[in-house]
Design a binder for this molecule. Sequence first.
Ligand code: IDP
Ligand code: MG
Length: 135
Amino acid sequence: MAAAEKTFVMLKPDCIKRGLVGEVISRIERKGYRITNAKMMWLDEDLLRVHYAHLADKPFFPEILSYMMSGPVLAMIVEGENAVTGVRILMGATKFEEAAAGTIRGDFAMSTGENIIHGSDSPENAEAEIKRFFG
Ligand code: IDP
Ligand code: MG
């Protein structure tokens, strides 16, 4: 069996407000991944400007900031074989209208902005994001 890989997952404020934490964690666990660390956090603008630096010049960036500060998030380290790609597959596409039924976003996201879950998109970003959120 290949070495376990770590990824950073964050359940966003809409996930928590809608009471979908158990549902989403259950999907991650049923796939065979383990949650090895988790904490509820209120994010601040400084951290979000780093985390979403790749979107800083998009017109919707202010909306991302206010949405991500509208309530707490649940930050998690998720481990398992191929966890980075595997969690992205469970999540579904970024654009909510393209997220397939059966994926977390396909089943629950009500817009592209408010889309339930974040997962690292590469092992390098996973390492950086785990450091960013867990130190
Ligand atoms: P990802 O979350 O699937 O990795 P990214 O392109 O990294 O997608 O975008 C980060 C987050 O920014 C998305 O999850 C979503 O909340 C928000 N976002 C991305 N594109 C749009 C958009 O076109 N409109 C509104 N919000 C967006
Ligand atoms: Mg991303």
